[in-house]
Design a protein around this ligand. Structure first.
Ligand SMILES: N[C@@H](CCC(=O)N[C@@H](CS)C(=O)NCC(=O)O)C(=O)O
Length: 238
């Protein structure tokens, strides 16, 4: 039975000076992240699995991912992070999704075996290693080159690379879901990237280059367990 505690007054901001375990609810998973961020895929997977969780807000706008209390959870200063009910913290979106799929094997999160499972690993790894790192370059180019014209040029190249790679994903999608075997975490993960208009370019996304991925997003936003999660994260982004 899904039991999330998310929106005000239950949504907890992750206050400095209080360790993650201070919030521990032995029965619950705890997601640390921001609305519209990579925390979406974690929340969607837990919702689909029917797991209980809490969502602890880490504001990217306020740079809270770089604050000591969050760095204690993930020294790489990136959301999402997931605290397991046992207290262990798992970071890295692909690892988190695989962990949830492993822990709730009856949920339709991964093909059970065979080549479909191998393909799931392949495309999860592709998106995590070829697309997601480019998002940092697009969002924060001045971390890599001097601020100004150089940074803007780098941002443009990063957007191009994300688009090229999304087109590779697009060509691999079997409808109605990413994998021919049916719904999986691949749908959640791929749809998430298509929402990141600032990182990819709103105009390009509106031009219809990725109709299969768009169809998956449409199906996902209507999926009963995921619809409320989608609305909280992307309600303003279609
Ligand atoms: N490799 C990480 C990447 C996570 C990531 O880049 N998260 C973004 C938000 S979607 C973030 O925290 N950005 C803030 C920053 O880089 O300072 C993962 O897969 O979880």
């Amino acid at each position: 039975m899904l039991a999330y505690r998310w929106a005000s007054p239950h949504e907890k901001s992750f206050e400095p000076g209080r360790g993650a375990l201070a919030y521990a609810d032995a029965m619950n998973y705890a997601i640390f992240g921001d609305k519209g961020s990579g925390a979406f895929c974690v929340e969607a997977a837990l919702a689909e699995a029917g797991a209980s969780y809490e969502f602890h807000s880490i504001s990217l706008a306020k740079n809270e991912q770089r604050k000591p209390h969050f760095l204690a959870l993930n020294p790489s200063g990136k959301v999402p992070a997931l605290r397991l009910p046992e207290g262990e913290v798992v970071c890295e979106s692909a690892a988190i999704l695989l962990t949830i799929a492993d822990r709730v094997p009856d949920a339709p999160l991964l093909p059970r075996s065979g080549t479909a499972r191998a393909q799931a690993y392949r495309w999860l790894a592709f998106m995590a290693s070829e697309i997601y790192p480019m998002v940092e370059v697009s969002d924060y180019p001045a971390r890599f080159v001097p601020q100004g014209a150089e940074a803007e040029a780098l941002r443009g190249r990063a957007k191009d690379r994300i688009r090229e790679r999304l087109l590779i994903v697009e060509r691999s999608v079997a409808l109605p879901w990413f994998l021919a075997s049916g719904f999986s975490i691949l749908d959640i993960y791929a749809a998430m990237f298509t929402r990141w208009r600032g990182s990819i370019g709103a105009e390009w996304l509106a031009e219809g280059h990725i109709p299969r991925l768009d169809a998956i997003s449409d199906a996902l936003r209507k999926r009963p367990a995921i619809a409320p999660v989608w609305a909280r994260h992307f309600g303003d982004r279609g």
